[in-house]
Design a protein around this ligand. Structure first.
Ligand code: 5GP
Ligand code: MN
Length: 335
């Protein structure tokens, strides 16, 4: 069942009538942030709407894994983003602060629309379509476009498929329902090269990344009695190591997926040194017994129940200690 029917109707009305629309996603965009934004952007452009898209963070550089996406020409750096858009749509963004330097558009826009699936969403828009049961924000965009009667072209389908495949962990996570596969089938039916898309996202990185991954895994720590005996595995990717390898934060998103394989640990954590701003971007994953979304929200971040993150300005040890204290206190969910 679709939730937020009234909001969906209202957003369809707004998007159908607006001559120009300004789209934004969260800083440090991932596959669903970029995919849902560019899928919507390409569809709106095809119907003659003036579209710009952006995110409010430095560096304003599309992560290499996503540089194949159609619609990158819609992107403008945040400095060139309209000051007071007529219709402003925030995609995959749980709270206004996640818009970075574009957060002021929430109030300067004539109308702010939020389309998201994060449980931690603060409903900061004038119209909020927040469906926590949606596997990806791309699912919500596909539904809106269907309601608008927009055709699914390859330019629309490729970004939406990117959002769907990344936020379901390649159709492995629990949110992967029959309707997720039905949407995937409709997207594939457009003729998009899903094999090239998933290779670009998952199976294509510089050799320096492979070596950095080795170092990250070699320095990983396993603490079996952490998290009330559920076990914690963690590693650090230092900012200096990133710089030496010629890599950015966006290039090491996949490290957590290797680390979380460790069967002795319920929780996996990667501390990624931020080469530009200092401090750490922290990624956390749970196998289902702990709500890491709530844990990271308590630490000033957010995310989903089993995949979440936060930013820390402490050193590595202090960051991990603060996180461990919060994890130790977290209730254990029935699995
Ligand atoms: P990742 O670990 O892949 O960077 O992020 C996992 C999930 O947590 C994503 O849904 C992402 O949007 C969210 N997340 C990661 N870092 C932060 C943060 O600093 N603040 C908030 N609110 N959410 C975050
Ligand atoms: Mn995202």
């Amino acid at each position: 069942m679709s939730s937020g029917l009234q909001e969906r109707d209202e957003i369809v009305r707004l998007l159908s009538g607006a001559p120009s629309v300004a789209l934004a996603c969260h800083v440090g965009p991932d596959g669903d942030a970029l995919g849902s934004m560019l899928g919507l952007g390409n569809a709106l452009r095809e119907r003659g709407t003036q579209v710009v898209a952006s995110w409010g963070g430095a560096p304003f550089r599309v992560p290499a894994a996503y540089d194949f996406l159609p619609g990158l020409d819609l992107l403008v750096p945040p400095e060139q983003f309209p000051a007071a858009p007529e219709v402003f749509v925030a995609l995959d963004t749980a709270s206004a602060d996640r818009l970075g330097t574009l957060a002021d558009r929430v109030t300067s826009a004539q109308c702010c629309v939020v389309v998201d699936h994060h449980a931690s969403n603060t409903r900061f828009g004038g119209v909020n379509l927040v469906d926590v049961s949606a596997a990806a924000t791309a699912v919500l965009v596909a539904d809106l476009l269907e309601r608008m009667g927009e055709p699914l072209t390859q330019e629309v389908a490729a970004p939406l498929y990117t959002g769907l495949v990344t936020d379901t962990g390649s159709f492995k996570y629990v949110a992967t329902t029959p309707s997720v596969h039905e949407l995937a089938a409709r997207l594939l039916a457009t003729g998009i090269r899903h094999d090239l898309i998933t290779r670009a996202i998952y199976d294509n990185a510089p050799f320096g990344y492979v070596q950095l991954l080795g170092r990250a895994c070699a320095n990983a720590q396993l603490v079996p009695d952490a998290v009330g005996g559920l076990g914690l595995v963690s590693c650090v990717v230092a900012a200096e190591d990133l710089a030496r390898s010629g890599l950015g934060l966006a290039d090491v998103e996949g490290v957590i997926d290797v680390l979380r394989v460790a069967q002795e640990a319920e929780i996996a954590v990667v501390l990624k040194g931020d080469p530009l701003e200092g401090g750490f971007k922290v990624s956390t994953r749970s196998k289902g017994a702990v709500d890491v979304g709530a844990v990271c929200t308590a630490l000033g971040g957010g995310g989903h129940r089993f995949a979440a993150g936060f930013t820390s300005h402490e050193d590595g040890e202090g960051t991990l200690a603060r996180l461990r204290a919060e994890l130790d206190a977290a209730p254990h969910l029935p699995v």
